[in-house]
Design a protein around this ligand. Structure first.
Ligand code: S3P
Length: 447
């Protein structure tokens, strides 16, 4: 555990201005390291995110005997050189594999470790041990995996087993479940097919295709076909990780709600499976422009410009929810400033994120003076509401902490976000990046 720190936000209404970039995408950084480890040859991954969650994955990969060199070390952007060991070249670890707080890390690694010829244990922080793992262990066990868990939770003890193909229909669209199955599928010659009721993020599919694997997506079914003649193999990666849209979401909402703001976030990933928040904000009347679109490493990136404008309420439900699943804490802050009643439905998944992101979010927003109703699968709030600066707590949830900091930028008086060190799980330079835009925000030592 690092030293706990607080973030203090000292006043409202300083307009945000300027142009920034945000660190590399967390989802892609996890996947790139795992897949590069399984490739045949050396992968080069630029703009890799060195954050708490992804560093945990990097350490796991090293513990599995994969040489990783950090070729260039900037504070929030590393260039990695990973000597892939091939699909069958990982080494038995002599310690439990510690995924710390990373839900994506542990769930995807469960798929990979299920296909190994040695035993392993996947574990993590107390917070991670509370998150449900049954959603991945159940389909993997149907593929033949030998996984023992503590009542559907980490630690997971995985023993060697022969895997077979599966046709699996997810009741809730989840990229982590889909990815765990596809990754386990690399260790069987059979086809694996996963049905997703809505388009969950598709970075695993894109990376696998960049590595020479054929994946098809048709009418909701994602298919990794039978192994080709000669067996499966992955080519190494040579790629640049796009900026993380889920990190960009914080300055983006801040600029949309702090009067007179005008900011541009450069070179951020705008994969359609990730930008539900952008669509929701546009429906609410936000002034958002996308320019300079390019494709890098199979992913669409662009510059996103946001100017302050009056927002109005909207209702969110159905397939867009999974495309904005990590953005609801900060979207709730936008909704509190929008005129009318905003509601979210079909988002029960929020209850099993780093924390129960419905109950905890509602509790912390109430401390800032917001009236908000909780539903089993979402929440509702009527705006615009005056935010009153006060002490709030991240509950060790990076995205909740940053959303509360954004609320502080639109609040009267001083807001103090306690337990803020967790912001580094996904966006280590959050405070400094907001400062670059002129935000009145700084670190203070926890008393
Ligand atoms: C992620 C998938 C999402 C998301 C998480 C990252 C991923 O979880 O909330 O932050 O990288 O696959 P679910 O797949 O459980 O929706």
């Amino acid at each position: 555990m690092g030293v706990s720190r607080k973030v203090i936000i000292r006043c409202q209404s300083t307009p945000l201005a300027g142009s920034i970039s945000v660190p590399g995408d967390k989802s892609i950084s996890h996947r790139a390291v795992m897949l590069a480890a399984l490739a045949e040859g050396t992968s080069v991954i630029r703009n890799w995110l060195p954050a708490g969650d992804t560093l945990a994955t990097l350490e796991v990969i090293r513990a599995l005997g994969v040489p990783v060199e950090v070729a260039q070390r900037n504070p929030d952007s590393w260039e990695l050189r990973i000597e892939g060991r091939g699909l069958h070249g990982l080494r038995k670890p002599n310690v439990p594999l510690d995924c710390r707080n990373a839900g994506t890390g542990i769930r995807l690694l469960t798929g990979i470790m299920s296909g190994q010829s040695f035993s392993s244990i996947l574990d993590g922080s107390e917070q991670l041990r509370k998150r449900p793992m049954g959603r991945v262990t159940e389909p993997l066990q149907r593929m033949g995996a030998d996984i023992k868990s503590a009542d559907g939770h980490a630690p997971l003890a995985i023993r060697p087993a022969a895997l077979r193909g599966i046709e699996y229909s997810m009741s809730v669209a989840s990229a982590q479940v889909k990815s765990a199955i596809l990754l386990a599928g690399l260790f069987t010659d059979d086809a694996v097919r996963v049905y997703q009721p809505g388009p969950a993020r598709d970075h695993t599919e894109r990376l696998l295709m960049a590595m020479g694997t054929i994946i098809t997506t048709q009418e909701g079914w994602v298919t990794l076909g039978e192994a080709p003649f000669g067996g499966r193999r992955l080519l190494p990666l040579d790629m640049t990780v796009p900026g993380d849209f889920s990190s960009a979401a914080f300055p983006l909402v801040a600029a949309a709600i702090v009067p007179d703001s005008d900011i541009t976030i450069r070179q951020v990933g705008v994969n359609s499976t990730r930008i539900g928040l952008l669509e929701m904000l546009r429906v609410m009347g936000a002034d958002v422009t996308i320019s300079n679109q390019q494709v890098t490493g199979g992913e669409l990136i662009a510059d996103v410009r946001v100017k302050f404008s009056e927002l109005h309420a909207t209702d969110v439900s159905g397939p867009i929810v999974v495309r904005a699943i990590d953005e609801f804490p900060v979207w709730a802050v936008a909704a509190s400033q929008a005129t009318g009643l905003s509601t979210v439905r079909d988002a029960a998944e929020l209850r099993v994120k780093e924390v129960d992101r419905i109950a905890v979010l509602a509790g912390e927003l109430r401390r800032l003076g917001v009236t908000i109703d909780e539903h089993e699968d979402g929440f509702a709030l009527e705006g615009p509401q005056r935010l009153r600066g006060t002490g709030v707590d991240s509950h060790d949830d990076h995205r909740l902490g940053m959303a509360l900091a954004v609320a502080g930028l639109a609040a009267d008086g001083v807001t103090l976000v306690d337990d803020a060190s967790c912001m580094a799980d996904s966006f280590p330079s959050f405070v400094e990046t907001m400062q670059q835009l002129g935000a009145s925000i700084e670190w203070v030592a926890a008393s």
